[in-house]
Design a protein around this ligand. Structure first.
Ligand SMILES: Nc1nc2c(ncn2[C@@H]2O[C@H](COP(=O)(O)OP(=O)(O)OP(=O)(O)O)[C@@H](O)[C@H]2O)c(=O)[nH]1
Ligand SMILES: [Mg+2]
Ligand SMILES: [Zn+2]
Length: 229
């Protein structure tokens, strides 16, 4: 009996998955850490990015691709703080790789430590789209209810970090930070969690330290792999 080896793997991936893998590999080589920020509408993604840019206060540290259905309002808020490109989907409820690539072309050759992708406000289908990110961050605000992780499990299962926003409203809303984190960890036991308030900046230093640590880990793994090969 003769055997025949059929190479499988890379070539069988969907074009979208392949594009995401290639983007991640390219940005790993360049030392740029991609963070995909997902949440329901209005949870505070843009406010978190504004507070992050202000905390770092360094124009070279981060750049942003910000997705929206129809307007460039978020880009108008972020552009004074960091290089920003608005991705307008024309009604589509999540971002996909071709639009990310277009946005990167528009952004040009910026050399930053972090590329943030603010996804469309939607806790459902963005969970199914790898955008080449190194880290997926799900944002949950205190006004949404601490029962949401279990109700939208795929988003929490596919995320590595949970950011609880609008901590300043905790005295006024029935939301338990501990209960939300516990519910999320039933789905994703390794989820890191941080609670922030973009308005007064509490928790932002901890959030930025978490990001720096995650990027440093990516760089260390990249360099280790380079030595091994
Ligand atoms: N009290 C309070 N309000 C906040 C905080 N962060 C954001 N907000 C408010 O929440 C609303 C939505 O914030 P955005 O940052 O626009 O939320 P978003 O997730 O980017 O919204 P979309 O892009 O439309 O999905 C705005 O009115 C913000 O001022 C916070 O820490 N505390
Ligand atoms: Mg926004
Ligand atoms: Zn969608």
């Amino acid at each position: 009996m003769t055997t025949q080896t059929i190479p499988v793997g890379k070539d069988l991936l969907s074009p979208a998955k392949q594009a995401a893998l290639e983007l991640r590999a390219e940005f790993t080589r360049r030392g740029i850490f991609i963070v995909n920020i997902v949440s329901s509408p209005g949870a505070g993604k843009t406010s978190l990015l504004e507070a992050t840019a202000k905390h770092w206060a360094d124009k070279g540290k981060m750049s942003v691709l910000v997705g929206d259905l129809a307007t460039d309002r978020d880009a108008q808020r972020l552009a004074p703080l960091a290089p920003t490109v608005q991705l307008t989907t024309g009604g589509a409820c999540h971002l996909e790789m071709p639009l990310i690539r277009k946005g990167l072309d528009q952004l040009g050759a910026v050399d930053t430590d972090f590329l943030f992708i603010e996804n469309i406000g939607n806790l459902v289908c963005p969970a199914s789209h790898d955008l080449g990110e190194h880290l997926r961050v799900v944002v949950l605000s205190t006004t949404e209810g601490d029962d949401k992780p279990g109700k939208y499990p795929k988003m929490f299962r596919t995320s590595q970090v949970l950011v609880i926003t609008k901590a300043d409203l905790l005295p006024y809303v029935p939301f338990s930070v501990e209960a939300a984190i516990a519910d999320a960890r039933l789905i994703q036991p390794n989820l890191q969690a941080v609670s922030v308030c973009a308005r007064d900046g509490c928790g932002i230093a901890e959030w930025c330290a978490l990001l720096d640590a995650a990027r440093n880990q990516m760089l260390a793994e990249r360099d280790k792999n380079a030595i091994c090969h």
